[in-house]
Design a protein around this ligand. Structure first.
Ligand SMILES: *[C@@H]1O[C@H](CO)[C@@H](O)[C@H](O)[C@H]1NC(C)=O
Ligand SMILES: *[C@@H]1O[C@H](CO)[C@@H](O)[C@H](O)[C@H]1NC(C)=O
Ligand SMILES: [Ca+2]
Length: 350
């Protein structure tokens, strides 16, 4: 990962930027991606600088939020602002709320640090439903996806606190999950978004005394989500996906919903950093074409790795290996057939 100057991180924290490693299974997929993709995704030598962008950030004392139309943020539904937090929903049934940026974001590379708090009276798995952080084309829409509309266009990162799907293989809730929508993809609430997920991780974030953070970074079309929930000022990898194509000019937002079960869903702050990234000329060229519809490269491959949880990393590796061998085999056969054909054609002409 790149070296980042973190002068602006939460003020008090000067803890080093430590990360835990990602699961083995993903390594195989990345090995494959790096092997096949024309450019290397590793960005080890790149330096990045970050600048807090106040116009896209929301922090105490939330001056004018919810009362002044000149505020950069707009509230929706049951959201209430106090001196301590922006409460998207109270710990009561059937509420939904959101806060949306009024100005679209034209930054190419950015990172959003979300300081949030989820707490309530409910015992484990008797609470719900969670909150979401958005970077979407649409804003200020009510709906079933954590309080936002379905078939959204853009990025959603969900902190899902209630397992709707009964058969939860190896999955512990609360679960953090990312999804990219293109306007026609629906979020499957009954299956906790599994069919459309890009990846995720479990995150025990409820009723904690210490602060909890979510970190979403989008650099050179690479989406990284990390969490800091153990009170140790240590970021833990949640997901890291290259080839995520998000258009510029979308809106940041946060939303939450409760149903039969509830929780307080609080946003303490949203801090948006502009990242200045040096690109090589080749990278500049590659990224020149404008993105109009959000999409993710090699999405089938990601699905292959994630949805078939019975499939081990080794199995994926061999699947990939054999498909590559299969391709080579077909190419060789093709070349043989072609040379045979041109040979016999030449014979016909002379
Ligand atoms: C959106 O994504 C789905 C699934 O990947 C795809 O079938 C559909 O064509 C896409 N729609 C657009 C408008 O790109
Ligand atoms: C979302 O898209 C799906 C599939 O394209 C469609 O069946 C559904 O009606 C859409 N939902 C909304 C709310 O537009
Ligand atoms: Ca759920």
């Amino acid at each position: 990962m790149a070296a980042v100057s973190r002068n602006h991180r939460f003020g008090e924290s000067s803890a080093p930027f430590r990360r835990k490693t990602m699961p083995l299974q993903l390594h195989w997929i990345y090995a494959f991606l790096i092997f096949t993709a024309s450019r290397c995704f590793a960005d080890g030598d790149h330096e990045m600088e970050e600048f807090l962008k106040r116009e896209y950030s929301l922090s105490k004392p939330y001056q004018g939020v919810g009362s002044l139309s000149s505020s950069h943020w707009e509230l929706m539904g049951d959201t209430m602002v106090t001196t301590e937090q922006v409460r998207l929903t109270p710990d009561m049934q059937s509420r939904q709320g959101a806060v949306w940026s009024r100005i679209s974001c034209n930054l190419k590379d950015w990172e959003m640090q979300v300081h949030f708090k989820i707490h309530g009276q409910g015992k484990k798995n008797l609470n719900g439903d969670g909150l979401a952080i958005w970077y979407t084309k649409e804003r200020m829409q009510k709906g079933p996806v954590f309080g936002n509309m379905d078939n959204f266009t853009g990025l959603g990162v969900f902190v899902d606190t209630y397992p709707n799907e009964e058969k939860q293989l190896e999955r512990i809730f609360p679960f953090v999950l990312a999804m990219v929508g293109n306007g026609t993809i629906s979020y499957d609430h009954e299956r906790d978004g599994r069919p459309t997920e890009l990846g995720g991780c479990n995150a025990m974030v409820r009723n904690l005394k210490h602060d909890t953070f979510l970190f979403i970074r989008y650099v050179r079309r690479r989406l990284t989500v990390m969490i800091d929930i153990d009170g140790q000022h240590e970021w833990r990898d949640c997901l890291d996906i290259p080839g995520v194509r998000l258009p510029q000019g979308y809106y940041f937002g946060a939303s939450a919903i409760t149903g039969d079960l509830s929780d307080n869903h609080d946003i303490i702050s949203l801090k948006l950093y502009q990242l200045t990234v040096l690109r090589s000329e080749k990278e500049e060229e590659e990224e020149e074409e404008e993105i109009t519809i959000p999409s993710v490269d090699n999405i089938e491959l990601l699905r292959l790795g994630q949805n078939e949880e019975g499939m081990s990393g080794i199995a994926i590796f061999f699947t990939v290996l054999f498909s590559m061998l299969g391709c080579i085999f077909i190419i060789v056969i093709g070349m043989l057939v072609y040379s045979h054909w041109s040979e016999s054609r030449r014979k016909r002409f002379y």
